[in-house]
Write a protein that binds this ligand. Structure first.
Ligand code: UDP
Ligand code: MG
Length: 317
C-alpha cells in the first residue's frame, strides 16, 4: 500500500445480491464523486452475493482502477461486517458509508463532506420523506424511540446508513473486535463532535430489500444488547415488582380463607395470572439468551468474516 496515497474521502459500499442495480449506481456515484474535485477512493465489499455482483464489481474495478477497490467475502456476514471490513481498508480523512441500492443519493456525499469540514467528526443523517413501506417506517419509529430510552446513543434516524465518519472515529472502530454490532451506534460511542443533517431518500433502484423481518429483529437486538444493559435491569425490577405483588395476593387470599372459609372460585383468574407470569418468564429467558448467545459468539473468537480476495490496483498510484 502506498503510504503517500491519502485521499480526502473514502466511500464504503456493502453489496449483497445487487447485480441488477450496480450499473445505475456506478453511473451516478462516480460522476458525483468526480464533481467534488477531491482525491477519493471507493471500496466495495461484496458480502457473499450469489448473483453476478462480484463480476460486476470486478469489471468496475478494471474500468476505474485508480479509485476503485473491491473486497470479496467468501460468504454472507451481514451489512455491518461488510462495512467494518471496508473500514479496515480505508485511507481517507473522511469515510462515508452508502447503500448499494441507490436509496441514498450519491449526490449527497458533498453535503456530508462539507459538514464534516465544519469541524465535526461524525455526521449522521435523517431521511427526508423516507421511501419505504408503511410497516418499515412505523417499525423504525418505534425502534428509534426504544433505543433513545435504553441506550446512550442519540440519533434521530438510526436506520439511514448514509453517514460520514472522521479518521479518528474509524481508527477506533478498527480496534474493536465486536462480532455483532451496529456501526452508526459504535461510531457515535467514539465520536467527540457528532451532528446530523437531512438527506434525500429514494426508492430502491432494483431488486428487493435484503432484510427479512427476522433479520431486522436480529439487527435491532444487536443494537439494544450491544449498547445497553437496561433490558436486563428492567427484567430484574419487573421480577421484584411481580414477587411483591404475588406476595400481597397470597397474603390477601390467606386472610380471605381464614375469615370467610374455603371457596372454589377464581380458578380462571389464577390461570390468567399464571399464563401471564409464564409469558414474562419466557420473555426474560429469551432476553438472557440474546445476551448469552452474543457472548458465546464473541468468546469463540472465530474470524468475524473471511476475505477471499482483494482487487486493488491503487498501490501504483
Ligand atoms: N447488505 C449486505 N449484506 C446483507 C444485507 C444487506 O451487504 O446481508 C447491503 C445491501 O446490498 C445494501 C445495504 O446493505 O447495499 C442495505 O441493504 P437493503 O437496501 O436491503 O436494506 P434496507 O434499505 O431495506 O434497509
Ligand atoms: Mg435499501
Amino acid at each position: 500500500m502506498n503510504p503517500d496515497f491519502r485521499p480526502a474521502l473514502s466511500v464504503v459500499i456493502p453489496v449483497y445480491n445487487e447485480a441488477d442495480g450496480l450499473a445505475a449506481l456506478f453511473a451516478r456515484l462516480y460522476p458525483a464523486l468526480d464533481a467534488l474535485g477531491e482525491r477519493y477512493e471507493v471500496i466495495f465489499v461484496n458480502d457473499g452475493s450469489r448473483d453476478a455482483s462480484a463480476a460486476r464489481l470486478a469489471q468496475q474495478q478494471r474500468a476505474r482502477p485508480d479509485v476503485t477497490r473491491v473486497i470479496l467475502f467468501n460468504g454472507n456476514y451481514g451489512q455491518h461486517m461488510a462495512i467494518l471490513a471496508g473500514f479496515e481498508h480505508t485511507r481517507g480523512e473522511v469515510v462515508v458509508t452508502l447503500d448499494a441500492d441507490l436509496q441514498n443519493p450519491p449526490e449527497e456525499i458533498g453535503a456530508l463532506l462539507a459538514k464534516m469540514r465544519e469541524g465535526y467528526d461524525y455526521v449522521g443523517t435523517i431521511r427526508r420523506q423516507r421511501q419505504d413501506s408503511w410497516f418499515r417506517r412505523h417499525a423504525s419509529r418505534w425502534m428509534n424511540a426504544l433505543r433513545e430510552r435504553i441506550t446512550h446513543v442519540r440519533m434521530t434516524d438510526q436506520g439511514c446508513m448514509l453517514r460520514a465518519y472522521g479518521r479518528d472515529v474509524v481508527d477506533t472502530i478498527n480496534r474493536c473486535s465486536e462480532v455483532n454490532t451496529f456501526v452508526p451506534a459504535l461510531a457515535y460511542t467514539f465520536s467527540l463532535r457528532p451532528t446530523e443533517i437531512e438527506v434525500a431518500h429514494e426508492e430502491r433502484a432494483a431488486g428487493e430489500s435484503k432484510y427479512s423481518l427476522f433479520k431486522l429483529i436480529r439487527l435491532n437486538f444487536d443494537l439494544m444488547t450491544g449498547f445497553s444493559l437496561m433490558p436486563l435491569q428492567f427484567m430484574s425490577f419487573l421480577g421484584i415488582a411481580l414477587a411483591l405483588a404475588s406476595g400481597a395476593l397470597f397474603a390477601w387470599l390467606m386472610l380471605d380463607r381464614i375469615l370467610f372459609g374455603s371457596q372454589v372460585q377464581g380458578v380462571f383468574t389464577l390461570f390468567a395470572i399464571t399464563f401471564c407470569l409464564l409469558g414474562v418468564l419466557l420473555f426474560s429467558i429469551g432476553l438472557l439468551g440474546e445476551y448469552i448467545g452474543r457472548i458465546y459468539e464473541q468468546v469463540r473468537g472465530r474470524p468475524r468474516y473471511v476475505v477471499q480476495a482483494v482487487l486493488d490496483d491503487t498501490e501504483t498510484d
